[in-house]
Design a protein around this ligand. Structure first.
Ligand code: CP
Ligand code: NVA
Length: 349
């Protein structure tokens, strides 16, 4: 549902405000908007999702409040690929907010098999209030968004995984007390998670050093886009083939599988080419003394040793839990305006 251009002016007209005046408020309306990539959101808007996620976590988990603003709403979950966290966080999160979800697995529905995607999107958006899709090509997200009359959330495409990065940022904010000034290092494949993290760092003005094997660097268009954004925000994005250079004095070391979903046939070749990119005790010696390890999961034993993955510096499980509070913030904001009850956490920007 590509409604940004439509909804904002309409809402502004309704409120008797111009879009400029709306943008000057301390929070934005995302109602009717798609959540396809973080490119579509600026620094304040990314912080707003994190603020709401923190607020929902505090109200519902800490205070035990029953808060069900999405009663009567439903989300359709289109999954062309496997998932544990994205599926479960969305289903349980929607339930907590009072709504319901329907899982549409690849072998259960006609989507992408037989029925035209535009037709499926029209039908589904006549029955659901919001859709979430996990797909192969990112163009599938774009087609769904273009043909759907309700917002579409990207639950991972081959190119982006924006929901994961909201969870990562929330986890870092909780752990370090702010985001500004953190040095992030990425070691491994230049993949969908790398791209979304790069976009977030560029928008927020953060530093990220990315070490990948040669020929597995991030997508060139994403690099160009991020470098352009970074030149305005003061973000530092550095690309290297040397993991030690990336990890040097880093506060955060992040990796992901070397074989993403859809790349299974390349597994043998990738395991050989990525052999020097294991996150192990030797590599983390070069990090800052307060380093933490993150991984979107599922983790395979190739890319990180047990000694790091299960160390006291690993924050992978709080990171996984935060998938729930962040997707709840996204669903809530796309369906209705919401201003958090609790103060904005300190991000440092
Ligand atoms: N991190 C993540 O998206 O996990 P799932 O594949 O289990 O959804
Ligand atoms: N890069 C991985 C992320 C899984 C959550 C993949 O796309 O399979």
């Amino acid at each position: 549902m590509m409604l940004t251009r439509l909804v904002r002016p309409r809402l502004a007209q309704f409120c008797g405000l111009t879009t400029t005046k709306l943008a000057q408020k301390d929070y934005s309306s995302f109602v009717g908007k798609d959540f396809a990539t973080l490119k579509d959101f600026d620094s304040n808007e990314i912080q707003q999702f994190l603020w709401t996620a923190n607020d929902l976590k505090t109200r519902i988990k800490k205070d035990g409040e029953l808060f069900q603003p999405l009663r009567g709403k439903s989300i359709g979950l289109i999954f062309q690929k496997r998932s544990t966290r994205t599926r479960v966080s969305t289903e349980t999160g929607m339930g907590l907010l009072g709504g319901q979800s329907v899982f549409l697995g690849a072998s259960d529905v006609h989507i992408g098999v037989g029925e035209d995607l535009h037709d499926s999107a029209k039908v589904l958006s006549s029955m659901f209030d919001v859709l979430l899709a996990r797909v192969f090509g990112h163009d599938i997200i774009e087609t769904l968004a273009a043909s759907s009359s309700v917002p579409v959330i990207n639950g991972l495409s081959d190119t982006y995984h924006p929901l994961q990065i909201l969870a990562d940022l929330l986890t870092l904010q909780e752990h370090f007390g702010q985001l500004k000034g953190l040095k992030l290092s990425w070691v491994g494949d230049g993949n969908n998670i790398t791209h979304s993290l790069m976009i977030a760092c560029a928008k927020l003005g953060m530093e990220m050093r990315i070490a990948t094997p040669k020929d597995f660097e991030p997508n060139e268009d994403v690099i160009k886009y991020c470098d352009k954004v970074a030149s305005k925000t003061g973000s530092v994005l550095h690309y290297t083939n040397d993991p030690k250079e990336a990890v040097d004095q880093a506060n955060v070391i992040i990796t992901d599988t070397w074989v993403s979903m859809g790349q299974e046939e390349e597994k043998e070749m990738r395991l050989k080419l990525f052999a020097d990119y294991v996150v192990n005790d030797e590599l983390v010696k070069g990090a800052a003394s307060d380093w933490v390890f993150m991984h979107c999961l599922p983790r395979y034993k190739f890319e990180v040793t047990d000694s790091v993955f299960h160390s006291k510096n690993s924050i992978v499980f709080p990171e996984a839990e935060n998938r729930k509070w962040t997707v709840m913030a996204v669903m809530l904001h796309l369906l209705q305006d919401y201003h958090p009850v609790y103060p904005k956490p300190k991000f440092g920007f």
